[in-house]
Ligand binder design. Sequence first.
Ligand SMILES: [Zn+2]
Length: 412
Amino acid sequence: MPKGSLGNAEQFETIKCPLCACNEYGTVYQCYQETGYTLGRIQTSFVVCNDCGFMYQNPRPKVELLTRHYTENEEASGSIYHDVSPDSSHNKKQNARIAFYKKYFGEINKGSLLEIGCSTGGFLLNLDLGGWDLVGLEPSIKATSQARANGLEVICASLEQSDLPGKSYDAICCFSALEHFHDINIALDTMTRLLKPGGGLCVEVPDTMKPTPQIAEFFTFEHMSHFTKDTLALFLKGYGFDDIVFDDTVSDARLRIFTRKDGAVKPLCKAGIAAIDKNIMGVARQKLISEINKYTKGKRDIEKHIKERLASVILRWNRQGKKVAIYGAGAHTRYLLNLFDLSENVNAILDSDPKKHGKHFLRWTIFDESLLGSGQIDAVIISSKAFEDEIYERISKYSITQGVEIVRCYAQ
Ligand SMILES: [Zn+2]
């Protein structure tokens, strides 16, 4: 049972496999996770089903706990700020996504498109689909009001609360959201019900076969379901989506698919389960477990490497009395501070999210990166894996103009 600052086992629940209802599984990964202010530090556990090979969080946090996390915690993934300037990695990914789906939108009847979990509306705003009605569904009040201010029609509700009429959409999009649903079967059942016959379903989820080792956690406690190509296809087949196209051009750890609802929807999960070939799934299961083991070792090696490399730098900073800032007011920095005692060195936290400026992260004030140009900071640690290069490019000018020493965790 989970222990940690959130040690109450009553706040977690044990479940059967959401894909095949089998009750037998093996635990493949366990770790403590930094969840931010609302829930603190929790222990998480991930299992793989003995029958179908699906990986899921078990025991999982109860729904009340996750609702509190998403509504109260500014570090929750739905609240994360993204740089959307033309050269940003976020914008490039968005463009690749749009290019893939536009081909398929041309093949279905023009009509109504629903994006589940539309956040501030980046995808819908950039879609540029003439003749379509675009609607967003978003549980966060803040994100909804920003999307509406951008001129989008957005329903502020979760999918479970939304009570939308059945067979009303010609296309449904769900990006980086399916893995979060507390009950994946309710989510897929609702999406299937909302689609018109012949309607298109567009889904993106993390690819569990490509876990990226870093000091923050790839297998985040926010994700209940951890899909592979095989298990995502099985789930969708279970809801009557037989013909699934994967985007083979995706280069990072994600799966992007397009599929269509055919006329007759088959009974819940039956088709998917019938499609399981025990031998094939056994091989896939072993491959998944071996990837997770590689990830576990890779994560340990990276932590050791960063610890060794930064230890000598921090020692030197102490000797020289340098004033240090950390770039990144989020989970990655919590993990970084678990590796080192930087309390004597750090003077400020920097972040690109304007909403955070002036607020506090742990005991430090959060500033805009222009603080690096003020002469008050001698050195900065970039605390991010996904955005390390992007941040480095933006702030490297301060090493020339102010002599600020910039340290990266991952690149040498
Ligand atoms: Zn299963």
